[in-house]
Design a protein around this ligand. Structure first.
Ligand code: TGC
Ligand code: FAD
Length: 392
């Protein structure tokens, strides 16, 4: 991998709309990615291994629970700072951003929002520091886009719950210390349970042979008569709206994160196009490559404005789930298209691990699928504007 020369595009002076705190938080994350992620990430992705040594650094830049109050160990930041941190991390690698998204929005958030005070005190500070790592089990082998059909279930046994079932495609599962698991009770109501590594009957086999998110560990969660203490139930909210509420927060972070991957691809392609000489002149001097670069920057700028406005709405508590879906869908598709175009600008060099573009492109194939597929987010927008849900 070549030295990281990244310079962030800001064509519409969006920095002027950020506070000093936003810029400080963003710049700290940017420097950390340059120093601790860029030099190592290609090797870890090639080996399909999660770089565990970065956990402390992620905690230090506030990536674990950016918007969770400081009294529980979080960074106590606003939603725009959260978005900017995700943008910078995903500029390095979507898989690293995945680790942070899951820990923050899918593990810390449900404990904070739906847990009781004992659960908050027991888990949140350790999750914020990275002493404990978590994962989120919603998807099942037979239920991906339609989690309401989940088969994982738990039974009240008097002094404990008995959990049975399986989850698939779970980020961080192979090394997570705890799992937030969504399961149905005897009457079919969905609840969240905190399952801890070491509980007999709970195993987390790793999923191998991925071409995407190779530096992120993915696995299954298998529950074979797992006895879960009653105190591990998240009592504050139940029903499908509980896990979907966590997804709102993670999808929001992804809407920002995808901009980071797109910026990295654009910046790499621009630098390469200026340096690469063909037919006696830089390829950047040709109209066709300028069209690609100009369109990339236009799309990045639109995505930046969309994310920033969504962040303002989120800070005011006014961002709807459908607005978040629109931003996740648009910005991830934008990033994937830019990765594909940028790859072409580099010609054959674009397929090598010397440059980050192909890794971003492959990663984004997962990002456009998880947290609700591109199709599902379109249907969410469709349902919101017409009043007719077309899922079934
Ligand atoms: P529906 O009838 O529409 O809704 C059921 C209840 O949920 C409420 N609700 C929401 N609440 C909060 N946030 C949202 N985004 C919500 N969307 C819906 C809704 O109001 C209702 O509440 P109530 O009180 O009336 O019961 O449910 P549906 O079964 O028709 O499904 C709707 C659909 C398809 C949109 C939903 O199932 C969906 O979003 N599917 C996609 C599944 C998904 O995104 N899975 C992600 C798994 S986690 C993951 O991918 C992590 S990747 C991590 C990483 O590495 O970054
Ligand atoms: P399916 O639901 O089977 O969809 C297949 C295709 O059909 C898609 O193109 C979809 O858009 C389309 N489709 C589905 N329904 C409709 C419809 N009604 N109308 C039109 N088209 C439709 N899940 C977790 O719970 N936790 C995690 O941490 C997690 N991490 C992940 C990490 C990775 C690397 C990946 C790839 C996935 C992860 N997931 C996780 C799972 C992810 O959320 C699901 O893959 C996703 O929700 C889609 O489910 P599915 O793969 O079963 O696809």
């Amino acid at each position: 991998m070549r030295p990281d020369l990244f310079e962030a595009p800001d064509y519409y002076n969006i920095d002027d709309l950020l506070s000093e705190e936003h810029k400080l938080v963003r710049d700290a994350a940017r420097q950390w990615v340059k120093r601790d992620i860029s030099p190592i990430i290609e090797d870890y992705a090639q080996r399909a291994e999660f770089p565990k040594q970065i956990i402390g650094g992620l905690a230090d830049i506030g990536a674990f629970g950016p918007y969770i109050p400081a009294s529980y160990g979080g960074a106590g930041l606003d939603q725009i700072s959260y978005g900017l941190i995700m943008q910078e991390i995903e500029r390095g690698d979507s898989g690293v951003r995945s680790t942070a998204s899951v820990q923050s929005s899918l593990v810390m958030y449900p404990i904070y929002a739906y847990g009781n005070e004992n659960q908050r005190k027991k888990y949140l500070p350790k999750l914020a520091s990275g002493e404990l790592m978590g994962c989120f089990g919603l998807t099942e082998p037979n239920h991906g886009s339609n989690p309401s059909g989940m088969e994982t279930k738990f039974k009240d046994m008097g002094d404990h719950y008995l959990l049975n079932g399986a989850k698939l495609w779970i980020s961080n599962a192979p090394f997570a210390d705890i799992a937030i698991v969504w399961a149905k009770n005897e009457v079919g109501r969905i609840h969240g349970l905190i399952v801890e590594r070491g509980m007999p009957g709970f195993s987390t086999p790793e999923t191998h042979h991925k071409w995407s998110l190779r530096a992120s560990a993915t696995g299954e969660l298998i529950f074979d008569n797992v006895k879960v203490p009653k105190e591990n139930l998240l009592e504050g909210k139940n029903g499908l709206g509980a896990p979907l509420g966590c997804l709102d927060s993670a999808r929001y972070g992804i809407a920002w994160g995808a901009i980071g991957a797109a910026m990295d691809c654009y910046d790499t392609a621009l630098r390469y196009a200026k340096e690469r000489i063909q037919f006696g002149k830089p390829i950047a001097a040709t109209q066709l490559q300028q069209k690609k670069l100009a369109e990339m920057l236009t799309e990045i700028t639109k995505a930046q404005l969309l994310a920033l406005r969504l962040g303002q709405l989120k800070n005011q508590g006014k961002a709807s789930s459908a607005q978040i879906s629109m931003a996740k869908r648009n910005n991830v598709a934008m990033a994937l298209n830019i990765a594909r175009e940028a790859r072409q600008v580099l010609g054959a060099m674009g397929i090598t691990g010397d440059y980050s573009i192909m890794r971003h492109m492959m990663n984004l194939e997962s990002v456009i699928t998880y947290e609700g597929t591109h199709d599902i987010h379109l249907l969410i927008t469709g349902a919101d504007i017409t009043g007719f849900a077309a899922f079934e």
